[in-house]
Design a protein around this ligand. Structure first.
Ligand code: URA
Length: 434
């Protein structure tokens, strides 16, 4: 078999066999196939697509490129959730303790920020002392002890995806449906949970910009998960504006703490209860979605989700005093207000640009090796449909240097459209697939 022939076949629009896909995934992981050939192949996939069979072969080849976790040492039906990536998406911080408080074990592997989107691991590291590099034994024993652990993806969990993703990130080959589906599902299948709930983001801040593409991606991932014997559900949620109001690590942690204390923004509360409800239904804890939703809300009302969150932060070496008194978190030295240039209704947002503005402030990485500034980010003061007066503050930028604030403001302002006509905002949860 030759990589040249695989590239050429895909370039001409033909489907590759399972053996050919395994050959190129294994060859690339072992370093036998160079980046330039893999890049050419990935671009051919972006342009010509993949059949369902090819996507399944790619998913399995990447999942099997490293360890497949056996979670049988954890008692009960293990649930996991995964987002396709969004701006201001802190739902894991709310959903995981909700579900764990209801005695469904959550054994979750999470990632760091990618491109304009944030990552759970970076957010959790805002807590002084919090450890995300757990050994498998620590991970299992913590889930058995308190029902919840979140760790960073280990080097040997779907290593093929890790390597291919890094290449996609720099070769403009991220936003391909079969590549996203196989990347996410290879990790989820290797991570071993029996119930998987996918949060598929849709809109200007997501990798899938249209509802049609998001639903198609969700369907493809649900089929891949169910086909591999995992109960898989997908929720399609709106990313035409940031989720909640805060973007950036400490700012998002603070908003998640507000949500756990019952005072989070409406869209974040709805997204969290929806995802938790699906996890509870999948794990057999709730008989229906509505029952699961009410149970999730109940963990906020009775304080059990917040208590579980504090227990989880302490269990991983973090200081839970920061959760009980969030004012302990450091704040950025510069708070830079951004003002509306005209009066009118907020009619649309380019959420990807807003995510990139928070990156400019220091909340994300431009290059893999960059260090993030946990206090950097954006507090949005508006939602789509709101009326603003010219000169009204629409966002506050948190950063360490004035020049970063100016650059971020110049990116943020054109990303927000103000119109004379009143606009009705879309619902946050757009579709649920079982
Ligand atoms: N998240 C992933 O893990 N992979 C993708 O391809 C996109 C989002």
């Amino acid at each position: 078999m030759r990589m040249y022939d695989c590239i050429s076949k895909k370039k001409s629009g033909f489907a590759l066999s399972k053996e050919e896909i395994k050959f190129l995934v294994d060859g690339y992981t072992l370093g036998e196939i160079p980046d330039y050939q893999m890049s050419a192949f990935l671009m051919a996939v972006c342009l010509k697509g993949m059949t369902e069979e090819e996507t399944l072969s790619l998913t399995m080849a990447m999942a099997e490129s490293g360890d497949i976790l056996d979670l049988s040492a954890i008692h009960g039906c293990k649930a996991d959730k995964h987002s396709t990536g969004g701006v201001g998406d802190k739902t894991t911080l709310v959903v995981a303790p909700m579900v764990a408080a209801l005695k469904v074990p959550v054994a979750k592997m999470s990632g760091r920020g990618l491109g304009h989107t944030g990552g759970t691991i970076d957010k959790l590291e805002s807590f002084p002392g919090f450890r995300t590099a757990l050994t498998q034994e620590e991970f299992f024993s913590q889930v058995n002890r308190i029902g919840l652990a979140v760790m960073a993806q280990t080097a040997n969990l779907a290593p093929a995806d890790k390597k291919i993703y890094a290449l996609r990130d720099v070769t403009a080959t991220v936003d391909s449906m079969p590549l996203i589906a196989s990347s996410i599902m290879s990790k989820k299948l290797a991570a071993g949970a029996s119930v998987i709930v996918l949060d598929v983001k849709s809109g200007s801040g997501a990798f899938m910009k249209t509802l049609e593409d998001s639903v198609a991606l969700a369907k493809q991932m649900v089929d891949l998960g169910n086909g591999a014997g995992r109960k898989t559900y997908a929720v399609v949620t709106d990313m035409n504006q940031p989720l909640g109001n805060n973007i950036g690590n400490i700012l998002e942690v603070k908003e998640a703490i507000d949500a756990l204390n019952g005072c989070g923004p409406e869209d974040l509360m709805d997204a969290s209860c929806t995802l938790a409800a699906q996890m509870l239904v999948g794990a057999g804890k709730a008989a229906s979605f509505d029952e699961g939703y009410q149970m999730a809300e109940g963990t906020i009302k009775d304080g059990s989700a917040f208590e579980k969150f504090c227990e989880f932060i302490e269990a991983q070496g973090g200081d839970a005093a920061y959760a009980r008194e969030p004012q302990k978190f450091p704040t950025a030295p510069i708070k830079f207000p951004v003002k509306a240039s005209a009066s009118g209704y907020i009619s649309s947002m380019d959420t990807e640009q807003i995510g990139l503005a928070s990156l400019v402030l220091g909340a994300g990485r431009e290059k893999k090796e960059d260090k993030i500034d946990p206090a950097a980010g954006i507090q949005m003061c508006i939602k789509i449909g709101d009326f603003v007066e010219a000169g009204q503050i629409i966002a506050v930028l948190y950063t360490s240097e004035e020049k970063k604030a100016v650059a971020a403001r110049d990116r943020l302002l054109p990303a927000i459209t103000i119109s004379k006509e009143q606009v009705v905002p879309a619902k946050h949860v757009l579709a649920i697939l079982e």
